[in-house]
Each structure stands twice: as C-alpha cells, then as structure tokens.
Design a protein around this ligand. Structure first.
Ligand code: FES
Ligand SMILES: [Fe+2]
Length: 340
C-alpha cells in the first residue's frame, strides 16, 4: 500500500547528523530587542544577538576565556561582551576584539576566538545552521511579509523530537478527538487525502470542514492547503469568504528528543488588523494547548522514519508522506555531507 516509502529507515544518529545541515530558527527578533538570547541546537548552546547595525549573529554560548555564558552578556558595537571579565567577541566571525584587562590590545592572543555560525533574518526569526547548509531557509511564494498582516505566537518547547510535532500539525484524523472544545464537533471519518510529494516537500489540499466553534471564528472556509518542507517547516493556508489566513510553523531540534517551536499567524483580508491578529493568535494558542499534553507524552519521543514501525492506514497517508520526505532529507543531507 505504501510502496513509495523508503526501504531502509535512517537511524536516530543519521537524523541528528543530517539536521546539522538544516537551517533552524533560534530566536524571534522581537525577543532579541531585549538583548542576547540562549538557544540550544542539537545539543550545542548558542548565543543569538543583534549587533549594533541590526544584523543577526550566532556564536557558541561559551566564552573561550573561562567558559561563562555569553548570552548573559551584552552587545557592544559589533561584538558581544562576556558578563564575567568583559572580553568582547565579534558577531561576524567570533574573533576576540577586546580584552579590557590588557593595557595593550595587541596582546590579544591571535587564536582567541569562539565558534560562530551563519545567521539569517527571515519572517521575524533568526535562523542558523551548524554545518554547511543543504538549501535555504524555507520560503513560500504566496506569503509576502509586506502585504500580509502577521505576527508571532509565543514559542514553546516539547520533550519530543521536532518531527513528532510537525507530524501532529498535519495529522487530520486527530481534530475530532483533540480539538472539539476549540473547533466544535467534527467528522471522525477522513476522506481520501489528495497529497503530492515532491522530494522533501509534501502538499495536501482539502475542502475544510469546520466545527461550529471554528466556523464562528473563521466564517466560511473553502479550501485549505498544507505544505510541508521537511524536516522542520509546515504551513497551513485557508481560503475564507473574508480572505486568506495562514499559520506557519518552524521547529528547531534542541536534541533528538526535544524541540522548540515557533509559529506565525497571518491574514490577508480586509479588516484583518492588529486586533484581529491578536485574537487569531489567542485562538490558535488555545488549539495548540490542546495538542501539547498529548504530544509531550508520545512514545518513543523521536519520530520513527521506518514506515513499518507504527500501524498506519490510508487516513495516515499525509503523515506517512511527511516521514518519507523527512527520510529523503536525511538521505540528501548525508550524501551532501560525504561529498562536502
Ligand atoms: S569568562 Fe568570559 S571574559 Fe572571562
Ligand atoms: Fe492539533
């Protein structure tokens, strides 16, 4: 039935290695305005900050002098200053730029440096990657930040790998069971799903059926489109009578079994103003909170990429296609790693 699934599933080690080549979100720009932030990516603690010119920077969150946490420090010009003895490290390449206790800055040890990583601003987030990136951060041709009214919800962390949550987002069979309180009663039956997989991307189009509570909030919805870009991004686009609405969701692997999640709510409709956006974010957050206890208790806490490891049916075709796209990402990243 699922002949398009890979025969040999990547191991957990393969997945973690592959994710080192994936752009992942590490902070919201709005939080960086308060100062540097700490983010853990695949076990590596990072300090994320904006230098004075506004450009993002990501360096290891460990001072090369005596190991203090740089994210507890402050930005000075184009560098981050360690909170312990005030050494300064350049955002661009991690080179030591100043040691306050030295009378002559020419005495800075030439090799004094902290590891630094590429940093990109995209959709109000800073993205980074630990090793040579495979591709670019995710993008969507239809989502233009200048024309949409959009904003971030509160990021959250989960004690499961990022794939478990990305899969939940695209799992259409759970709505009737998990989201009745927010969406209203929904049919349990899942229609034959119209999915398309192209490499690491999977799309699903379906006529949206709304429970009475959701209908009150979203008015009448026609088509809904899901678009996943494996391994760590998914979007949901809804076409309502009033205009378009969307939810973008990007995840970071804290480790193989822990993840951080960022989400953007948006509207492209007359009357979809900042107040409507706040209401939409509040409503979405209520929906997410229904998922979180269930997702947090899933065993094992890492998404299996072996299609035979769980029992699946036709109603799971979309989530199985995501697993297949995730496995394809791992295969590409590992061969890129060997070639690179
Ligand atoms: S530990 Fe950072 S300056 Fe000493
Ligand atoms: Fe859900």
């Amino acid at each position: 039935m699922f002949d398009d699934q890979p025969r040999v599933a990547p191991s957990s080690e393969d997945v973690s290695l592959a994710l080192r080549h994936c752009w992942q979100p590490v902070a919201r720009l709005q939080d960086l305005e308060q100062g540097p932030q700490r983010a853990v990516l695949l076990g590596e603690a990072l300090a994320v900050f904006l230098i004075e010119s506004g450009e993002p920077a990501v360096v290891a969150d460990r001072c090369a002098h005596r190991g203090a946490s740089l994210s507890m420090g402050q930005v000075v010009g184009e560098s981050i200053q360690c909170p312990y003895h005030g050494w300064e490290w350049a955002g661009e390449d991690g080179a030591c730029t100043r040691i306050p206790s030295l009378p002559d800055q020419r005495q800075i040890p030439p090799r004094a440096r902290v590891p630094s990583f590429p940093a990109r601003k995209h959709w109000g987030l800073v993205w980074t990657v630990l090793e040579q990136p495979l591709g670019e951060p995710p993008d969507l041709p239809w989502f233009d930040g200048d024309t949409w009214t959009w904003g971030h919800g509160t990021p959250y962390e989960l004690p499961v790998g990022l794939g478990v949550m990305i899969e939940n987002f695209r799992d259409v069979a759970h709505f009737a069971f998990v989201h009745e309180a927010t969406l209203g009663p929904l049919p349990e039956l899942v229609e034959p799903l119209d999915i398309e997989q192209d490499g690491i991307e999977v799309t699903l189009r379906r006529e949206m059926q709304l429970g009475d509570k959701a209908a009150k909030f979203w008015s009448s919805v026609g088509e809904a489109r899901y678009h996943v870009i494996a391994p760590n991004f998914i979007s949901f686009q809804m076409f309502t009578d009033a205009g378009e609405r969307c939810l973008l969701h990007a995840a970071r692997a804290i480790s193989a079994t822990q993840s951080a999640h960022y989400w953007i709510e948006g509207g492209l409709a007359e009357g979809f103003d900042d107040r409507a956006l706040t209401e939409a974010i509040d409503y979405e957050w209520r929906i997410y909170r229904e998922d979180l206890p269930i997702i947090s208790a899933i065993e094992p806490p890492e998404l299996s990429l072996d299609p035979s490891s769980d029992t699946s049916t036709l109603a799971d075709r979309f989530t199985l296609a995501y697993r297949s796209a995730f496995a394809e990402f791992v295969t590409r990243a590992l061969s890129f790693r060997i070639r690179g």
